[in-house]
Ligand binder design. Sequence first.
Ligand SMILES: [Zn+2]
Length: 618
Amino acid sequence: MPDAAAVYRDAFIAALQPPLDLTVSEWADAERQLTRRSSSEPGQWRTDRVPFLREPMDLLSPRERRIRRVVLIFGSQSGAKTECGLNWLGRTIALDPAPTLVMFPTESFAKRQIRQRLTPLFTDTPAVAAKSISSKSRDAANAMFLKEFEGDMLLSIIGGNSGSAAQGMPAQNLWVDEASSLPLEIDDKGDPIENAEARQTNFPDRKTLLTSTPGSRGACRITWEFETRSDRRRYSMLMPCCGGHAVIEWPHMVWDTRDGEVFCQCPLCGERVAQHHKTTMLAGGIWQATAKGDGETAGFHLPGWYAPYGWLSWEKIRDEFLRAKSDPLLLKGWVNKRAAEAWEDESLAKVTAEGLMARVGGYGHGTCPAGVLAVVMAVDVQDTWLEVSVWGYGRGEEAWRIWHQKVEGDPGQDDVWEQVTSIREVSWPRVGGGTMKAVHCAIDTGGHFTGEAYEYCRQHARGGVVAIKGSSNRSAPVLGKPSKQDVTFRGRTVRNGVTLYLLGTHALKRTVYSRLKLDEPGPGFVHFDDATTDEYLQGLTCERLQPRYIKGFQVLEWVKPNGARNEPLDLAVYCLAMLELLKRRYNRATMWEQLEAQLSGPVAPAAIERKKGAWLSQ
Ligand SMILES: [Zn+2]
């Protein structure tokens, strides 16, 4: 027989419990309402549906004092990682108002997430909606990205591409969603996550949540956080077969026929477990740290096959895998989205400076091996120097680095440009006799000295000097249609004075990297002269293809790590474009025969000298 007084007393005490003590999961289980417009499972939020979210959510609760940063690398659709952020945000608004910053990779991505995920949280969960202050005074655009709640809470929502991460209001709480798609640096203002975290400096109770599917190793911000700072927790499921706990990896997924049922083969006892056990396997699961970490960052990794039963079937994941496994680009998407692992494009992963160092040598700096049938050069214009590469090409576009040098000096002055002229006039000795000169010289006009670069191209156009500029358009052709540009130099303008070629650098870099990957001399193979340094090869191989979101679409972009010098790569790209230009003058089928015929065969150096004399006397 229950004691009425005791029941009343308990209820009274429960009502007096300071609500601040609720963890994020306790708050969500009590207050968070999901509606049809934001969830396929509308109704009261239940952490039991996604048991692996309880621990990361609760580390974001104020009562957790040690962990300040929570990193979730989850497969897409697998574990409602965005819900972790929404529940934290909801609890913050309802119980613990504090200035908060939410960052998405881009502004358009942010707009979509505001519409699809944040607005339903603000309006459909009564405990949150009650705290909302309508901001009639602000204009609509501002109101979209800046929300006000009771308790002096400002919520600022930004796109990581906008540069606004670098400045703005201080924030106690920071949530970065799809962190792997963030640009690594914005307009040279630095890393967007570092900039955002700098705003938290004066808050002793600061918390940071980073959520994402991973991108490419070496260029993925969240993988770096997980691997270098976090304690790398992995979810061990309770195995119904033997009662042990096991982390399930892709090789544990087995099937008998391509369209048959997929089972999990227990890594502990070897028994096959059917998918419908997953609910109890997840409920009995535990997170286990696999590294020490920095002491304040907890990392959680969850592949797609952990998705709650009914969300994403093992058969669907297997089917996607079978479709993707022979296509590197599809497989990359599968590894990122389903295995939740960072991926380095296999075709690019093999290209490293160390690997290329092994092939350096066999011919001297500034000499053309016998296979070289055409020589081109390119000039990269920096603020205090010019950098020059000379490349030779032969049959099958086999390539030889002939010469590479920095030319120190101010591109605003004439003397560095005079040095370019002397390099253009060098006759490079050819193995077996004879010499070769660069038939084209590309000048990068995209830097700070466009006027000077244009003027040099204008004066030397007849000498094969070509004005070029890299196109930011991913689908630009390797060598775009030339256009006439005005040349303004030292206060004088020459209308249509120069012909400018836009280069499809995206495609050219792919070609350079795929050729660097070849390891047998022959068509496409790239050779390096014996003066090639490690620094040069580091620069040549420093960029990586990385997925990015642009207007909500995922695209692959070339990314240069912070601080890396990529001039050797740019110059290799420009020279390859000059080879394209040369190809336009020839019948492609017979180009190399024609070029070979133009070489006068092995010529004794003395004969060259005589020829030179003959030209000089003309
Ligand atoms: Zn077992």
